[in-house]
Design a protein around this ligand. Structure first.
Ligand code: FMN
Length: 212
């Protein structure tokens, strides 16, 4: 049964209990909710995903995800970022083949999985500004907004920095030199939701009033 994920996330009702969604089998078996409906659940259940089903992303879902990214904080509200959506299979295959060429034929399966999502979003920050470091930070915040919105709608993402080298996408997509690629992220229905990797406890990372 195909359901409009956005609608029931919007309504704040977790229908995951009532219906089985495409792409939800392993989510269910791993106890991960298909449609987390509060911010803490969304944050906790976001996972880096590196293998996808081919289900297309409806335009309205893509727009919601991009809106979330575009609403991130930025220095003086400059929003000096660009979100480059790539969904032409031909270009994605070209990127895949270039990655395999650089990493060796035994990486074919890895990159075939990695490039299996229906679309990819490249987050670019303008470095030709007064304080490019801050614009880069803002781009990273936009990335997290994007990931969380995608997760709320049932899609997997990953902050891909090095796995797909920046130069590969720069050449394939003619990205101007003054735009730094912060990440390229797939957006797609996960082939399965990975388990949560072990995270440090708060005791290990939180300090009060002094770091010593
Ligand atoms: C700055 C940064 C760079 C990353 N680069 C890559 C990358 O090149 N390839 C990749 O597959 N994942 C990359 N990741 C994803 C991390 O591996 C992932 O977030 C981490 O293992 C924790 O898993 P989780 O996101 O499911 O919590 C990157 C994450 C960050 C924040």
């Amino acid at each position: 049964m195909k359901l409009n994920r956005r609608k029931f996330v919007r309504n704040g009702i977790s229908l995951g209990l009532l219906f089985s969604l495409p792409g939800s089998i392993s989510a269910k078996s791993s106890g991960i909710s298909d449609n987390p409906d509060n911010i803490f659940e969304i944050i906790k259940s976001r996972r880096s995903v590196r293998k996808f089903k081919s289900d297309p992303i409806p335009k309205e879902d893509l727009n919601s995800i991009l809106e979330a990214a575009n609403n991130a904080p930025s220095p003086r509200n400059r929003q000096d970022w660009k979100f480059l959506v790539v969904n032409w299979r031909e270009i994605l295959d070209q990127i895949k083949e270039e990655c395999i060429k650089r990493s060796g034929e035994n990486s074919r399966e890895y990159f075939t999985d990695y490039l299996s999502a229906p679309l990819y979003i490249i987050i670019l920050a303008n470095t030709n500004t007064r304080n490019p470091d801050n614009d880069i930070i803002a781009g990273a915040l936009a990335a997290e907004n994007l990931f969380l919105a995608a997760r709320a709608l049932g899609y997997g993402t990953v902050f891909c920095a090095n796995s797909i080298p920046e130069e590969v996408t720069r050449q394939a997509l003619n990205i101007p030199e003054n735009y730094k690629r912060l990440c390229i992220t797939p957006v797609g229905v996960p082939s399965e939701w990975p388990a949560c990797p072990e995270k440090k406890s708060l005791q290990e990372v939180v300090y009060y009033n002094s770091i010593i």
